[in-house]
Design a protein around this ligand. Structure first.
Ligand SMILES: NC(=O)c1ccc[n+]([C@@H]2O[C@H](COP(=O)([O-])OP(=O)(O)OC[C@H]3O[C@@H](n4cnc5c(N)ncnc54)[C@H](OP(=O)(O)O)[C@@H]3O)[C@@H](O)[C@H]2O)c1
Length: 191
């Protein structure tokens, strides 16, 4: 069965980006992080065999100097046609499938652990009970307004706290398991 995880950084007031998509505050916060510390990101990435992201996140990642996901298969959710740069056209696909249909297809193709990224995308997976675990790194800043990590839900999402870690440079990372996730509950070992 397939497992889905969110691994994301937010401001203390719950935003993943400014209204216009900028993450300058997050980039600046990286300056607090000692060399060699990545708050568990590489260990997490070593557990995933696919990434699903929204178009807005994809466009942000495309603006980075280098594509950061190597050969990892990436699915971009969009209702638009997207012209993919040749360098990533073998690993990136675009779809407008529903989260449920997409997960069913990827599970049938043998995928076991998907990283789900992007605010709207995470919200649409949570709204349909399709997220297994949430790992949030809270950055010590208030940005007042922006793109929220969470949004309206058709039902409550019940969480179990797995652990929290306070970094001495000020980040706090919370790890939750989603209790009412409709995906297989036996495949939820914490990273
Ligand atoms: N702080 C962090 O750790 C972090 C992590 C990830 C992203 N970000 C930032 O967050 C911003 C992006 O977040 P966002 O909330 O704007 O959303 P997003 O999820 O990245 O992108 C939303 C878009 O994805 C498409 N989409 C989402 N769900 C879909 C579905 N079920 N079916 C079809 N298409 C779907 C739609 O594209 P169309 O309009 O093309 O249909 C929608 O407009 C960026 O600025 C990014 O840098 C921050």
């Amino acid at each position: 069965m397939i497992k889905t995880s969110v691994f994301v950084a937010t401001s203390l007031d719950g935003f993943i980006a400014r209204e216009d998509g900028r993450i300058d505050w997050l980039d600046a916060a990286q300056g607090m992080v000692p060399d060699g510390e990545d708050c568990g990101y590489q260990d997490f990435m070593a557990t995933v065999d696919g990434l699903v992201m929204g178009r807005n996140t994809f466009e942000q990642v495309l603006s980075f100097p280098q594509w950061p996901y190597g050969e990892l298969p990436v699915v971009v959710l969009s209702h638009q046609a997207i012209a993919l740069p040749a360098a990533i056209s073998k690993t990136v696909t675009v779809t407008a499938e529903s989260p449920a249909d997409l997960l069913a297809r990827l599970a049938a193709a043998g995928r076991q652990h998907l990283y789900v990224d992007g605010g709207k995308t995470i919200q649409s997976f949570l709204a349909t009970n399709l997220i297994n675990e949430i790992i949030i790194t809270v950055i010590p800043i208030l940005i007042g307004t922006g793109k929220p990590l969470f949004g309206a839900l058709p039902q409550d999402v019940q969480l179990a706290h797995v652990r929290s870690r306070c970094y001495d440079f000020g980040f706090v990372q919370h790890h939750y398991r989603v209790l009412n996730c409709s995906l297989n509950a036996t495949n939820q070992s914490p990273i």
